[in-house]
Ligand binder design. Sequence first.
Ligand code: FAD
Ligand code: NAI
Length: 476
Amino acid sequence: MADKQFDVLVIGGGPGGYVAAIRAAQLGFKTACAESNPYADPKGEPRLGGTCLNVGCIPSKALLHTSHLFEEAEHAFEGQGIKVSGGVSIDVPTMIGRKNKVVDQLTQGIKGLFKKNKVTFLAGHGSFESAGAGGYVVKVGNETVEAKHVIIATGSKPRHLPGIPVDNKIVCDNVGALDFDAVPKKLGVIGAGVIGLEMGSVWRRLGAEVTVLEALPDFMGFADVDVAKEALKVFAKQGLKIETGVTIGDTKVTKKGVSIAYTDKDGKEAKLDCDRLIVSVGRVPNTDGLNAAAVGLNVNERGQIVVDGHCKSNLPNVYAVGDVVRGPMLAHKAMEEAVMVAEVIAGQAGHCNPDMVPGVIYTSPEIAWVGKTEQQLKTEGVAYRAGKIPFMANGRALGSGDPTGFVKMLACASTDRILGVHIIGANASELISEAVVAMEFGAASEDLARICHAHPTLSEVVHEAALAVDKRPLHF
Ligand code: FAD
Ligand code: NAI
């Protein structure tokens, strides 16, 4: 007999797990959520919120905000007549302290949401023991828990490279990169993916000389080709040095910092010496401690739990959501899957459209997209029309002093249905929502073109891009 019984046990308290637990409890299930985060909250309990709230989305955006303000104060104020007497400086411990406060507030807030929704919080690592008539027996810390339904939301951890041990002081993954005690003079970054670009931007804005080393020959190959080209141009102008097509060799940590030997894109031997190094080469799913074999749970060679479109695993009543399954490793994707699974357990249809998950990179300018890129449409042989409008043609963007970038809309040549929207520019992270809503409702570009957009707003550029699909923009 297990120590505790629940209808639903969620393993992992990140955005996938805590949202699944809240939704399951709202639907009337007796629900528990197990979390084993080694970082304790002020009460000494593991912190909820997972990677996202503790060492991911939220702290990185807090630092991006502070460093953006710093850069504006250093470079943009003067042109608008604002004088900062005595110059601008950054107090890194204060910046990190503010970030930590935001993290504390949000992670504690989830405990409050658990109380409000009557979710039982179980502090401890969850691992399967057995499957029986009453459901699954899972060990959580020192207790055993029996649950009819199990939702696995154990997330992911940073991938490290062989021969480059991470100490999160000199050689850092995302955890250390969010906690520097000073601005490094020279910062190396391995991997020009989302973390590399965001964290590289934070420390570059604050004065570090940043070099990003990327293995693939193309920069941002996952993005629309025009966006990737514009981003590379803008980042280079900002002083972010990006080398693609490199092969990383020996890395030595010395008293002075780190020395990274690599081969550049022309096959020449090169060396990068820096004070600190961020290794951001992707993440791996957390499945190794689950004892999946005890119940016959199917885990693939990449460590992901194998699930279908409704996040059902190969076992009856066992589901998995978020970074631990296929698809992009994004908090909003994890939360959508979480709600879907709780509703499927309750006998409802459950909805999560993997084709409509927006992607955002919170650099400056921001980069956001949804749907297909131009190169994907070409590869798939889909005939399309494109409308592309620069922010330079927009009064609000000019007035705000940030007219970089553009909105690009791709629509089916025969039906006019919107197939993809790609934005590089200020507030792209917010602007993309209009495209997601339109595309979820199967909108044509003409639908957006005929909708009134407030003036003066950046959203007028989305409107103009829709007009441009039909070659009738009004302001460009
Ligand atoms: P996680 O958030 O990883 O949570 C899993 C939780 O399960 C963890 O708390 C872990 O301690 C716990 N756990 C693991 N195993 C067990 C076990 N056996 N028993 C009990 N508990 C366990 N995504 C975005 O959408 N937007 C962003 O801006 C963004 N920024 C990011 C910035 C950085 C620096 C990083 C690293 C990631 C970022 N992400 C962002 C990705 C986002 O953080 C993840 O996609 C998201 O957190 C995944 O949620 P999850 O619930 O699947 O997993
Ligand atoms: P990533 O997958 O975005 O980028 C990793 C990069 O490292 C790739 O460009 C890859 O080619 C490169 N790389 C891999 N091995 C390499 C090697 N040996 N040498 C040099 N380069 C190498 O992974 P990242 O940046 O670590 O982020 C992890 C996850 O976190 C991403 O999947 C992302 O979805 C999520 N995330 C999301 C954010 C957002 O939504 N704004 C912000 C930060 C992270």
